[in-house]
Design a protein around this ligand. Sequence first.
Ligand code: HEM
Length: 507
Amino acid sequence: MSQTPRPSHPVLTTTAGSPVADNQNSLSAGPRGPLLLQDVHLVEKLAHQNRERIPERVVHAKGWGAYGTLSVTGDISRFTRAKALQPGAKTDLLMRFSTVAGEAGAADAERDVRGFAIKFYTEEGNWDLVGNNTPVFFIRDPLKFPDFIRTQKRHPVTNLRSATAQWDFWSLSPESLHQITTLFSDRGLPTDVRHIDGFGSHTYSLVNEAGERVWVKFHFKSQQGHRHWTNAEAAEQVGRSRETTQEDLYAALERGEYPRWTMKIQVMTDAQADDWSERTGWNPFDLTKVWPHADFPLIEVGVLELDRNPVNYFAEIEQVAMSPANIVPGIGFSPDKMLQGRIFSYPDAQRYRLGAHYNALPVNAPRCPVHHYHKDGAMRFFEPRTVDADAYYEPNSVGGPKQAPGFAEPALALRGDADRFDHRDGNDDYTQPGNLFRLFDEGQRERLFANIAAAMRGVPEHIQRRQLAHFDKCDPAYGRGVAMALGLAEGAGSAGATGAAAEVSVA
Ligand code: HEM
């Protein structure tokens, strides 16, 4: 009797586990077809392929990720009781970096803000710090976010990105000046993500063992330093490869070159917040403002290191659900309106993008016990381990999970009438971007002017002039420099704005 040879590889099966006899030829009536509908393997393959894409993130669609750790070397226990931030703590984490505006297939070497999102798998639940490589943002009210993003995405008719829409919106939203100045500076086009800093950007809160709250900003300083491309260099890179950041990060980790960031915080007490507001007129919860380091010095917390590539990009990076709503005891929110908007937006996006049970996916699952009463729904694939079989409602008398009042945050006193307050009223949008501009040396200023002029190419002159008036209020040299680069300044010659911009060198 002839023996079936033992395969040295596993047997191919359908998703139902049935062995597949032929993965090369579909089942047909005769060699020339037609095909038979009972070829379940063919049907499954074609149907499965049709379901391999999920909606890309509505923003930050293009991303790169890696695993690592946070090691706490400092002592900030006087500010927070979060276990992951206690001296000596070491916490596993996953980071996803991204660009904001491009689609999932966008080129990496584009001028754009870089996302800097961290999921800390702490023993008290997942803490996500979903920040950027900039300390501020374009807007300060979440009601403006969908409009802002629309100007960054494609025009509904041309299906092209529209510089006119971008500068129309920005020139009508002077709160964007601080972020615009960063975006068009050298930092707006990093060569990769190992050479960028990270910021939590918002004001968050820390609560200590005694139940005392302080306001906090998180900073991550790259130990690799900073590297940037000019527009011209980036254009050359994109011509060579659209995946420069992915190539850089993946290869560095495979070589054993592990990028590191020093984690630091700035802290403000409630009393300091009142005093600072009074002195400067600035709101400590305004995402378009930084807290000056001279007034609120950086305090060292520890070291974040990335040391491992994911093994399945889709399962681990595309399916990761980063959310500012994910906080842990000892770390809390603040009144920042933008943060408040984001707390709603991310879990909502993820229920749509990944499904109701997105937090049960391996990459999102907390590395601590999870006990909740949410039930059923699509893809309820995990064990019914969250509750005892009889404890499927609460309160119950069968020993189901119960609330733990010890984790309650201290009360936060709020005051004020419920109303729609004009967030531009009396708000100084010019001093801080002006201060940033004044930090730049001659070369940095020239590149800033040229980058802005290049981005304004083709934008109607009345919009350019409206924006120039804002730059002028930040610093007359800022307004003049961009006007010269655009050919709109006195003595800049008679070249039209568009022509002059096109000739600007970004070397
Ligand atoms: C991604 C909304 C402001 C950083 C996202 C996503 C949404 C969103 C819906 C996709 C989430 C997903 O599908 O998983 C908003 C809204 C904002 C806002 C409504 C303002 C009201 C900001 C700010 C920052 C930021 C101020 C940084 C300080 C990020 C990052 C990602 C992201 C890094 C990508 C996260 C990842 O890698 O998965 N945002 N966003 N966003 N956002 Fe925001």
